[in-house]
Design a protein around this ligand. Sequence first.
Ligand code: SF4
Length: 210
Amino acid sequence: MTKKEKIFEIRKIFDVVYADADCSLDHAEPLQLLIATQLAAQCTDARVNLITPALFERYPTAADFANADIKELESYIYSTGFYHNKAKNIILCCQMIIDKFDSKIPSSMEELIRLPGVGRKTASIIIGDIYHKPAIVVDTHCKRIAKRIGLTENTDPTKVEFDLFKVVPPDYSYIFCHQLVYHGRAICKSQRPNCAACCVAHLCDKKGVK
Ligand code: SF4
């Protein structure tokens, strides 16, 4: 079975089992998702969702973040860890959005990764979830499960991204990544994958291998 055939079969199953798979960071508009994604680095989505309601009420626009007092901003995001760097990057990022992108969140990988604190993973989340364009979000779940199933031999996130782009249909790409997150949290966990309960075990190269 080719990797494309494997994805075709996985899609049929995941679209049923994880039909509701979606972005797990709460947001009401593109800027909020960009900020929440930056805060989620080295932190859980659940913890980020706890602090963003107050954060977005205090800073409703890019201009509010761009002009923020860094100490005050840090006090809102402290519990997400690495708060000093995150606050600094959020302020610089919003200043660039205003100065270089006419206060709009850019939609291309090339533009997004120019923003301070924005790497390929964050950029891909924006491209997929906000602009609904093809995007592979290589987080810890995607990297682990893609390798176990046999869709990539690589561990470097950019190489995994390009490997998956070759075999995942563009219209399914970012949805597939959400489904991998759900599968990783529920079944294909890092330490103890529950292969006996796995809906795609018959398609997986590493079934039963810890
Ligand atoms: S069979 Fe096991 S290793 Fe493979 S995807 Fe399922 S849970 Fe993960």
